[in-house]
Design a protein around this ligand. Structure first.
Ligand code: 5AD
Ligand code: SF4
Length: 464
């Protein structure tokens, strides 16, 4: 703990595993605890409160969270004042049991409990009572708590529009740990987007497990396409993205949005999971390979330059060589712009965990490697085609490459690294692509196309 004036400032360290939903919850927690005089620190050994936000969607993610927690045992022993909390999907799944199993854990905060953390902490600090909150009853009313009051210097931000999922794909634990689908009222979403834009945010990504079915449980008659149109009217908002979409719910009216909503970026993440009808059926995905291919074709007919990314699982129970070949040929046929691929793992309480025909670990690994090298070739070829083209890039910040390189994204969500100075962060600029790599592009800022941008004109490093 440190002191600023007569305020006691406590130090907060958050480690986030998993999806964008967890990242969003972690950002909210920083803001909520900021109101309680907590300041984030980069080193967990300096912290008074450590919050581990966990993911349980795949076995590996869960193991990572537990091994991280295990490492804190020693620290907790040497710093008895330290409070350790576990949040997110692992917390939701195992609940109070975790307190029994892990004596160095103080708080367990389920997927709906982020706004309860200050009260849980206060109770722990006054009574020493270790607690678990895994209640599903949740009101979206407090979703934007702390969010709109505090401005953070970021270019792009997530906004949750719905939580939970009603689909019960047979491999998936999400409905068990995130509960049923609930949408947030559109007025609240639009208000949050507007206040983020006021703080300087230029791009929002609307988040939900299945954004296409937005609107359930909301009193107004508004579907996801309608919501996009409302959000697009927020003045000053440059770009809109959304994730994730379920192919079975992708409507023509939503596809049409790519043609006529200007700030909507031409990119869709549309998880396919398998290229075999037999496996898709066992997964209960509700569409066939042909239907998926038709959707991609329709999307491209509506907007030629739309980028499509996807998720794929290998080694689902019962997947044979022919099924796997179906996944490979689907990759060749669609030529995804990006692909996230995973080895199937059994998750508790899921229907697939009870299916027969489990695939050997060795075979799963082999299939994953084959699939990933095929996709790497495709992504590389697609990136190489970009060379020589000029594209709009929203500059996000320093590049991971280091030096004075900046990084940004094209409308299609491709990462571009280029030489630049920090004044460009938050600007949308034209960049000439000079090289294509396996995971990113390299470019040069174009002076001619950015003449209206004072910062570009004045710098000598840029220019063709
Ligand atoms: N095993 C492997 N991958 C899974 N996913 C979800 N559940 C499992 C599982 N049991 C993958 C899916 C999903 C992504 C978020 O994680 O591809 O789209
Ligand atoms: Fe899981 Fe399927 Fe829901 Fe996605 S749509 S969260 S894969 S149950």
């Amino acid at each position: 703990m440190s002191t600023i004036g007569d305020r006691k400032v406590r130090r907060l360290f958050i480690r986030t595993f998993g999806c964008q939903m967890n990242r969003y919850d972690s950002e909210r927690l920083v803001e909520i605890l900021g109101e309680e005089d907590f300041q984030p620190v980069d080193d967990y050994r300096q912290a008074d409160f450590i919050f581990i936000n966990t993911c349980t969607v795949r076995d590996k993610a869960e193991q990572k969270a537990f091994s991280y927690l295990g490492r804190l045992k020693q620290l907790k022993r040497s710093q008895p004042g330290l409070v350790v909390a576990l949040g997110g999907c692992v917390a939701q799944q195992y609940g109070e049991d975790l307190l029994r199993r892990l004596p160095h854990l103080d708080l367990v905060v389920g997927t709906h409990g982020v706004s309860r953390v200050p009260a849980m902490l206060a109770r722990y600090e006054t009574t020493g009572e270790r607690q678990a909150f895994v209640d599903f009853s949740y009101d979206f009313g407090d979703e934007s708590d702390g969010r709109s009051q505090l401005c953070r210097p970021e270019v792009s931000s997530y906004v949750t529009i719905m939580r939970g999922c009603d689909n019960f794909c047979t491999y998936c634990i999400v409905p068990m740990v995130r509960g049923g689908e609930r949408s947030r009222p559109s007025d609240e979403i639009v208000r949050e987007v507007a206040s983020l834009v006021e703080c300087g945010v230029r791009e929002v990504t609307l988040l939900g497990q299945n954004v296409n079915s937005y609107g359930q449980g909301v009193a107004e008659e508004l579907d996801f396409a309608g919501l996009l149109r409302r959000v697009a009217q927020v003045e000053g908002l440059l770009r809109i993205r959304f994730t994730t979409s379920h192919p079975k719910d992708l409507s023509l009216s939503l596809m049409q949005c790519f043609a006529d909503i200007e700030p909507l970026c031409p990119h869709i993440h549309l998880p396919v999971q398998s290229g075999s009808d037999r496996i898709l059926k066992r997964m209960k995905r509700g569409y066939t390979r042909e239907h998926y291919l038709r959707l991609v074709k329709e999307l491209k007919a509506i907007r030629e330059d739309v980028a499509v990314s996807s998720d794929m699982i290998v080694g689902f129970p019962g997947e044979n060589e022919e099924d796997f070949q179906g996944s490979l040929s689907l990759l060749e046929e669609v030529r995804f712009d990006a692909l996230f691929s995973f080895k199937y793992s059994d998750r508790p309480q899921t229907a697939a965990s009870r299916l027969d025909g489990k695939v050997e670990e060795k075979v799963k690994l082999q299939r994953l490697q084959t699939l990933q090298s095929l996709q790497e070739r495709i992504t590389f070829e697609k990136n190489e085609v970009q060379v020589g083209q000029t594209t709009r890039v929203l500059v996000e910040g320093p590049s991971q490459v280091g030096g004075s390189q900046l990084s940004g994204r094209t409308p299609q969500n491709r990462v571009v690294n280029f030489q630049g100075t920090p004044e460009l962060v938050g600007e949308e600029i034209s960049v000439l692509i000079s090289a294509g790599h396996a995971h990113s592009l390299e470019g040069v800022v174009c002076v001619e196309d950015n003449v209206n941008l004072k910062v570009v004109k004045e710098r000598s490093w840029c220019g063709k």
